[in-house]
Design a protein around this ligand. Structure first.
Ligand code: HEC
Length: 157
């Protein structure tokens, strides 16, 4: 194994270790409602950065590498916020949410899905530098898969 590969693996392990979250129950209905609103806001921001890239990957709009570079960086940074915004466990309250209880029942599995998004967006940041359009579209698709895979397990349809 070469040094670069070893470095990448060490990096991935460090990411797994730092993104874990210890959740606490919401203190009140109001607290639960606010926490729910904020975690949805994080996903809305992620979505607003993913939307144009998804359209580029499908060929609906021209590929703009500057936009991809910026949006991949933003999604990467936002991915680090997901764990923090799920630290408030809202299961006991009647909040307007599509989050499944499983998030707080299996935090390690949820964490893995967060890490998948972190790695997929880091990969796109790297691939966009090559300028290879096919590879860029594939890497955008990789992010899309990480969204879908988490939604399959942790979000109501
Ligand atoms: C680690 C798991 C996970 C990943 C990764 C993830 N999501 Fe989600 N997403 C969720 C959960 C859970 C909810 C439900 C939030 C709620 O209603 O409390 C959600 C909700 C959403 C919503 C609705 C927000 C609202 O206002 O109700 C959108 C849009 C969304 N995600 C888009 C995306 C996109 C685009 C990606 C990938 C770039 C992505 N998500 C990646 C777990 C994830």
């Amino acid at each position: 194994m070469n040094l670069v590969k070893k470095g990448a693996i060490a990096c991935a392990i460090a990411l797994v270790a730092t993104s874990s979250f210890a959740a606490q129950p919401a203190k009140s209905e109001k607290h639960a409602a606010k926490a729910t609103e904020w975690r949805k806001d994080v996903f809305q921001l992620i979505y607003s950065n993913m939307g144009p890239m998804g359209a580029m990957a499908k060929g609906k709009i021209p590929l703009d590498k500057a936009v991809v570079e910026k949006n991949a960086m933003r999604i990467n940074q936002l991915s680090y916020m997901i764990g923090d915004y799920f630290k408030v466990d809202t299961r006991k309250f009647d909040v307007n949410t599509e989050t499944l209880d499983k998030v707080w029942e299996s935090p390690a599995q949820f964490d893995k899905k967060i890490t998948a998004l972190t790695l997929a967006s880091a990969n796109l940041q790297k691939v966009v530098q090559t300028g290879n359009e096919g590879a860029i579209k594939k890497a955008i698709g990789g992010i899309g898969k990480s969204c879908g895979s988490c939604h399959d397990d942790f979000k109501q349809d």
